[in-house]
Design a protein around this ligand. Structure first.
Ligand SMILES: Cc1ncc(COP(=O)(O)O)c(C=O)c1O
Length: 379
């Protein structure tokens, strides 16, 4: 396979637009120059557009999405303070692990791919003294979008901050931060935005900003990062300049498309992908009522191994899809459809899924998945 000419369908990193690639390839620029400050200010404003809030202040953190999550946790939760972390997948669990390094974490566990139990969250909140509720909005590992609006309301009603890992939602799945009481949000450059990996952004509203306390990290002092970017248009330390240039270009493309159009496109891609999985007679990983519109997971039919499936997809058909983690590892494949993913990308991917399954001896009717994508394309 030519790895420079494949169909890249992971749930991040994602395929990049040519304008984004070109933006990364510019000569070095002084990160303390007026020219770069302008780039940073424009990136900051585009981030507010992407976060769908003019009320949040933003910080750009050089480091992947996890750095943004750690930054939020380190600045908001102190030893002895209680936070609730909701986990119905790998990333929710990890968010709890990160937060547990800083404070006392109560985990509300749920089944992967199923909506968490709101009554259990409420019961924990009613015990009192909860500083923050931390939620992975779009749980990439189990292909589910958690009910952020409802959980945000519960947090707010009980006086807790609501921290939203929006790493595979923000920019692709609607977020309404004010209405949902999302005090803190985090995104990653390589996901819905469609830029290279290596940057994260953290957004904080006034309520969260007032509570920032950086005693637990020097580099990830969120107040310092926010104040610099919102003030002089700077970062406290040398940032990942080429990735910021790429993020700016990717978010300009997002703005040209219009965020609501991008949301709508992802909704249609999600619906088409689920139709394709069902058309093949495969079982969806997530409860359809909460299924993600940026990633779709499907169980393999019996007799098909992950190694053979993804090996053939890549080697023979040049299509890269993801496997799964933990207890579903080897049982599931996942297809990402965020950022610049098109319907023709999705159709090509499922054509390869059909050819691969058929080649491995699984009986199916050619076109049984792709037909659902064509249906959505002609709607
Ligand atoms: C929902 C979610 N949260 C956190 C992360 C971790 O982000 P990163 O790998 O950029 O550090 C990921 C990565 O896939 C994710 O999907």
């Amino acid at each position: 396979m030519d790895i420079e000419d494949n169909l890249f369908m992971l749930a991040g990193p994602v395929k990049m637009h040519n304008r984004v690639l070109e933006a990364c390839a510019k000569p070095a620029i002084n990160h303390r120059s007026p020219e770069f400050r302008e780039i940073l200010k424009e990136t900051r404003d585009l981030l507010k557009y992407t976060f769908n809030s003019q009320e949040h202040r933003v910080a750009l953190i050089s480091g992947s999405g996890t750095a943004g999550l750690e930054c939020a946790a380190a600045n908001l939760i102190k030893p002895g303070e209680k936070a609730i972390s909701i986990s119905n997948g790998k990333f929710g669990e990890r968010l709890g692990d990160i937060a547990a390094l800083h404070g006392d974490i109560v985990r509300v566990k749920g089944e992967w791919g199923r909506c968490p139990d709101l009554e259990s969250i409420k019961a924990e909140l009613e015990k009192g003294d909860v500083k923050a509720v931390m939620l992975c909005h779009n749980e990439t590992s189990s292909a589910i979008t958690n009910p952020a609006k409802e959980i945000g309301k519960l947090a707010h009603d009980h006086g807790a901050l609501f921290v939203l890992d929006g790493i595979t939602s923000i920019g692709a799945i609607p977020v309404h931060p004010k209405e949902w009481h999302a005090d803190v949000m985090i995104l990653g450059s390589q996901k819905c935005v469609g830029a290279p990996a290596g940057m994260s952004a953290v957004a904080v509203n006034d309520a969260a900003y007032e509570k920032l306390d950086a005693r637990q990290s020097y580099y990830l002092d969120l107040k310092k990062h926010v104040d610099k970017l919102e003030g002089s248009g700077d970062t406290p330390y040398t940032p990942a300049v080429p990735i910021i240039r790429a993020m700016r270009e990717a978010m300009l493309l997002l703005k040209e498309e219009g965020i609501e159009n991008r949301w709508r496109k992802c909704e249609r891609l999600g619906s088409a992908a689920r139709g394709a999985v069902k058309g093949l007679g495969l079982e969806l990983l997530a409860d359809e009522a909460y299924a993600s519109n940026t990633v779709t997971g499907a169980y393999y039919p019996s007799g098909i191994t992950d190694k053979d499936f993804r090996g053939t997809m890549t080697e023979k058909h040049g299509v890269v899809v993801a496997g799964a983690q933990d207890h579903i590892k080897g049982k599931v494949f996942r297809v990402g459809h965020m950022g610049f993913c098109s319907f023709t990308d999705l159709a090509g991917c499922f054509a390869a899924v059909e050819a691969t399954l058929r080649g491995l001896g699984h009986t199916l009717t050619p076109g049984s998945s792709v037909a659902h994508i064509v249906d959505e394309m002609t709607r």
